[in-house]
Design a protein. Structure first.
Length: 154
């Protein structure tokens, strides 16, 4: 799917969705890796399309949207635009700042931890805002994990 250059981004996301929701984590991981290059090539359009995904009832779909756009990406090409300006991805993260699923919380915190490597002050500011706005145990968990690299540097 990711290598099909005849398909639009919408077609690729539509086709990959069942795999993004698959019950096996390996299928989900390979799915986001398959679309990574397409997302990098059309980052703004990807973020716009994925905004609906972060509101899905399925935690796997919500997580997929975040993993697909992680700035540093594990086992995948980095997204330079998000490393340079992580605020581009904030519209995907904010709806999940107090997500009930630990699986999604981990992804959000890992995304922010990635961003903290190049923009620690920005990540700290976002985390502080989330704690002030929400203060839920879910937000606190995300913030603790998101700021682990910043905390380790102190």
């Amino acid at each position: 799917m990711g290598q099909n250059h005849q398909w639009s981004l919408v077609q690729k996301l539509t086709a990959i969705r069942p795999f993004a929701a698959d019950g096996h984590f390996g299928v989900r991981e390979i799915s986001w890796m398959a679309l990574r290059e397409s997302v990098i090539a059309e980052l703004d359009a990807s973020i716009e399309l994925l905004k609906a995904w972060v509101h899905d009832q399925d935690a796997n779909i919500r997580r997929f949207a975040i993993e697909l756009t992680r700035p540093h990406g594990v086992w995948a090409k980095h997204i330079t635009a998000l490393k340079e300006n992580p605020a581009i991805g904030l519209q995907l993260l904010e709806p999940l700042n107090s997500d009930p699923a630990k699986y999604v919380q981990d992804s959000v915190s890992n995304w922010l931890n990635d961003a903290s490597k190049s923009h620690p002050a920005w990540v700290q500011q976002i985390c502080d805002e989330w704690l002030n706005l929400s203060g839920t145990k879910e937000s606190k968990r995300i913030v603790i994990r998101a700021t682990r690299s910043i905390t380790d540097q102190k």
